[in-house]
Design a protein around this ligand. Structure first.
Ligand code: DGT
Ligand code: CA
Ligand code: CA
Ligand code: ZN
Length: 576
């Protein structure tokens, strides 16, 4: 049982308790516990074996006992009982904006609504509107949200899909020695921010055995298809996973074909056809000479077509084929190019750990610097700090820096951009900080004009160094607010303000398309984890993947600078 499975179970319990109408405290206890487990850097099994479960913040006796049971048996009786009472499919309904636990419970108990299909039906036929507290207006809004939800087409965030596919690959490896090479393909290999189905590719001389191991994995709920070389399954949360087994001489061709994107493949196949060749998932061949040209390695296929190998993140037919042909592919950023993190929180605002603990976590990951950027006063829900409180953090920061032997700690703030575009602290106070990340966390519903003016004003303030998560989106949960990003990018270019790629896989904000645009316009980017707990620093690769999809090189990213150069950059912006 891995940490993330425990996290998933604790969260599901919280959701189910909420639907049951249990009191806030119990619900929050499970949410808190799951958040803390998520932030752990240690294996829960290790912590449990040393009897230290209770030392994890947010974990009391009752939850510790349940975690222990999960770790020991792989099951939790309490959770199974809840699942008898509350169908798990109701949890999906909670994801629809406007449907809180009370309404979900009402719909379930009075109209037996158990999922999206049922919901759509009762919204159409008038039964939902007749329920107490619903009404025509609510029903109309819900109908629109259900449409949106279905348009998003059950895509899951990369942050859910990638750990799942990695778990499946590890399980296959350990359960069958018939597996030789194995890798992801499809959108997950291209690291799109959302994923439809998961694609896995493997080579084996015993395909039968591999497919049997796959369809017998514990997470399989239903086998939706099985042939000689391919199987598709659904997990309990209705996630489809496709596995294909190919002979090793076709590995490269299959990997190229099933990685996509479709548009990229169409162009690549055209190049082959122009040479009179044939390219498919089995290989590249010259039918006129009855000769096989390539197939075992992806590199050989690209090379035979006159191209340098193209990193999967670029394969969207967005100029990568031309760049590859002319030797102008970017030197894409990698995780270890990133030297520090410029956006993080401590328990002074809504973070879960002390400044010291966060700094230690950054040190353990080899960062050269870390900016402490707790929330500012207007953000009451996140215990935002007054300017006096932020300046009181200075002595702790100084003390840690005096000790040395780890990342340089910068004192900053995640500053509220208020609804009217004004900033939460006066300029002279901002000037005393090492770095300022300014973000929007309120009045998301403003008109495009207002929101644009608001962000442009912040980006134009000489004391603002970075605009945090610039569109406010939460993937699958909240649409980005309306904003003219071209105007924001222009303002950032004019004032030397950086735009953030927030690495949290629910955000990935800026997205790939706009990050690429920003770089084209000469705007600095940052790639930050926005860590609220030590474990969150491990989210960095998601931000790096987004940057790679945006053709970003290390020279475009502020926190790829060595400490001295970063400090010089900040100093030029009028900082002490
Ligand atoms: P997804 O699953 O919606 O997130 O996106 P993908 O890209 O993973 O799409 P998927 O799973 O339907 O197919 C995986 C790859 O297989 C796709 O990126 C390209 C290749 N592929 C699938 N069907 C076709 C096709 O009809 N023509 C071509 N050229 N390639 C295809
Ligand atoms: Ca796919
Ligand atoms: Ca697929
Ligand atoms: Zn933040």
């Amino acid at each position: 049982m891995r940490n993330d499975e425990v996290v998933r179970t604790l969260n599901a319990i919280a959701d189910m308790l909420e639907i049951k109408g249990e009191n806030r405290f119990r619900v929050n206890a499970y949410r808190d516990a799951s958040r803390h487990v998520e932030g752990l850097t240690e294996d829960l099994a290790v912590i449990a074996s040393e009897g230290r479960l209770r030392s994890i913040p947010g974990i009391g006796e009752a939850i510790a006992t349940k975690i222990q049971e999960l770790l020991d048996t792989g099951h939790l009786a309490y959770y199974e009982r809840l699942r008898q009472e509350i169908p798990e499919s109701l949890i999906d309904l909670l994801r629809i904006p406007g449907l809180g636990p009370r309404k979900v419970k009402l719909l379930y108990e009075s109209l037996q609504v158990e999922g999206i299909a049922d919901l759509r039906e009762v919204l159409q036929d008038g039964r939902a509107a007749a329920l107490p507290g619903m009404g025509e207006k609510t029903v109309q809004n819900l109908r629109r949200e259900v449409d949106r939800w279905e348009q998003r087409g059950r895509r899951v965030p990369l942050g859910v899909a990638l750990p799942l596919v990695e778990e499946i690959i590890a399980a296959l490896r350990s359960r069958s020695d018939a597996v030789s090479r194995i890798d992801t393909a499809g959108s997950v290999r291209r690291r799109r921010d959302t994923i439809g189905d998961l694609d896995i590719l493997t080579t084996s001389d015993r395909p039968e055995e591999v497919l049997t191991a796959f369809t017998a994995l514990p997470l399989v709920q239903e086998v939706v298809g099985r042939g000689d070389t391919k199987a598709s399954i659904l997990t309990g949360r209705q996630q489809q996973v496709d596995l294909r087994v190919v002979p090793s001489e076709s590995w490269g061709a299959a990997l190229q074909y099933f990685t996509g994107s479709k548009q990229h493949n169409v162009r690549i196949r055209e190049l082959a056809v122009r040479k009179g060749w044939r390219l498919n998932e089995y290989g590249l061949s010259d039918p006129s000479a009855d000769r096989r040209i390539a197939g075992a390695e992806e590199e050989d296929i690209y090379q035979a077509l006159g191209l340098a190998w193209i990193p999967p993140e670029l394969r969207e037919d967005a100029g990568e084929i031309e760049a590859s042909a002319s030797g102008h592919l970017p030197r894409l950023i990698e995780s270890n190019d990133v030297r520090g993190d410029l956006h993080s929180h401590s328990d002074w605002s809504d973070g879960a750990a002390s400044i010291e603990t966060m700094w230690e976590a950054a040190r353990d990951r080899g960062l050269a610097y870390l900016a402490l950027t707790d929330h500012s006063q207007s953000l009451g829900v996140a215990s935002g700090l007054t300017v006096e409180r932020i300046h009181r953090q200075r002595s702790i920061v100084d003390e840690i820096n005096r000790r040395g032997n780890g990342p340089r700690l910068l004192l900053g703030v995640e500053l509220e951009i208020r609804a009217d575009g004004s900033l939460d602290f006066p300029d002279e106070e901002l000037a005393r900080l090492d770095i300022v990340v300014a973000s929007v966390h309120s009045a998301f519903g403003q008109t495009r004009e207002k929101m644009t003016a608001r962000l442009v004003a912040a980006a134009s303030n000489p004391h603002v160094d970075v605009i945090g998560h610039p569109t406010g989106r939460l993937i699958g949960r909240r649409e980005p607010y309306e904003v003219d990003l071209e105007a924001l990018i222009a303002a950032c270019a004019a004032h030397g303000t950086a735009l953030e790629i927030n690495a949290n896989p629910l955000r990935l904000d800026l997205d790939d398309v706009h990050a690429r645009r920003a770089v084209e316009k000469g705007v600095w980017l940052t790639i930050d984890t926005d860590a609220h707990e030590p474990g969150n620093f491990d989210l960095l690769p998601y931000g790096v993947s987004t940057a790679r999809r945006a053709w970003v090189e290390p020279r475009h990213v502020l926190n790829c600078l060595p400490l001295d150069a970063l400090l010089a950059h900040l100093a030029r912006r009028g900082r002490v």
